[in-house]
Design a binder for this molecule. Structure first.
Ligand code: ADP
Length: 162
C-alpha cells in the first residue's frame, strides 16, 4: 500500500527497493500544477491602484496578475501597493500598469509543470505566487495561480494521508 511492499499473485509480498522517503519524493514529483492550481485574480493594466487594492481585499489575495489585451503583462503584490502609497501616489489616478513588475521579469509555470518545480521557483525568487499560464503564439494567457498557501495545503494533505 505504501509503495514499499508490493504483492504478486502466487509470489506474495516483496520489497520494491524504495525507501519511504523516495516514495514520498516520487509522489510529490508526480503532482502537476494543473492538479492543485487555484483561480487567479486578474485585472487590466488600466485599472487604478485604488480599484486594484479594493479587489485585493474583496478576493482576499496577496497578489494580482495584470493583463494587456487579455495576455499576461505584470504582477502586483501587497508591498508594491504599500511602497507606492507611502510615496504619496494618487491611488485613483495612477493605473496599475505603472507600478507592476513587468514581463519579461515575471516568473511563471505552465499546467504540465510539477508542483515541486513551482515550489522551487517560489523559494528561489523569494515570491509568494506564480501565475499559471498557457502559451498562445509567444503571449501568455493566465489560467491559474500557485501560491505558498497551495504548497502548504498540499503538504498538510500529504502529511495527513497515512
Ligand atoms: P510581498 O509584497 O508580500 O513581498 P511577493 O514576495 O510575492 O509579495 O513580491 C515581492 C516582489 O516580487 C514584488 O515587487 C512583486 O511585484 C514581485 N513578484 C511577485 N510575484 C512575482 C512573479 N511571479 N514574478 C516576478 N515578480 C513577482
Amino acid at each position: 500500500m505504501s509503495g514499499i511492499l508490493d504483492a504478486r499473485p502466487k509470489v506474495g509480498y516483496f520489497y520494491t527497493g524504495k525507501t519511504s522517503l523516495s516514495y514520498i519524493s516520487e509522489k510529490i514529483k508526480n503532482i502537476k500544477v494543473s492538479d492543485v492550481k487555484s483561480v487567479p485574480i486578474v485585472v487590466d493594466e488600466s485599472t487604478s491602484l485604488y480599484d486594484a487594492i479594493v479587489l485585493m481585499f474583496l478576493e482576499d489575495v496577496g497578489s494580482i496578475y495584470v493583463t494587456s489585451k487579455g495576455f499576461l503583462s505584470g504582477v502586483v503584490s501587497r508591498k508594491d501597493f504599500l511602497r507606492n502609497a507611502m510615496g504619496g501616489m494618487d491611488l485613483n489616478k495612477v493605473p496599475i500598469g505603472m507600478i507592476m513588475t513587468r514581463m519579461p521579469n515575471i516568473v511563471y509555470v505552465d499546467l504540465e509543470d510539477s508542483v515541486l518545480n513551482a515550489a522551487v521557483k517560489l523559494i528561489d525568487h523569494e515570491i509568494d505566487s506564480l501565475p499559471v499560464v498557457e502559451e498562445d503564439e509567444k503571449n501568455y494567457k493566465v489560467v491559474g495561480r500557485i501560491t505558498k498557501t497551495t504548497i502548504t495545503r498540499l503538504f498538510v494533505e500529504l502529511g495527513k494521508n497515512d
